[in-house]
Design a protein around this ligand. Structure first.
Ligand SMILES: [Zn+2]
Length: 76
């Protein structure tokens, strides 16, 4: 059991997580292949286990939703 990294998609900014040491990950939202290279991808945090990583992702998503209100991500 390894650690996990939480990162934001460089294209759409949607947060997600992957096992540390994984080289690439596909964004669930925009479908872009993300290179898990610290030089290219912003690592938000590291987590000890999958559950902590998932909780962190949910927290980042909630923050985005609050901020997103002014950006009209979802027209009312
Ligand atoms: Zn994306």
């Amino acid at each position: 059991m390894g650690r996990y990294i939480v990162f934001a998609c460089p294209r759409c900014g949607v947060p997600r997580y992957a096992a540390e040491g994984q080289k690439t990950a596909r964004c669930f939202y925009c479908g872009v292949l993300i290179r898990l290279d610290p030089a290219e991808t912003r690592i938000l945090l590291r987590a000890e286990n999958a559950r902590a990583a998932r909780e962190a992702v949910e927290e980042y998503k909630m923050r985005r939703r609050i901020r997103g209100k002014t950006r009209s991500e979802r027209p009312l």
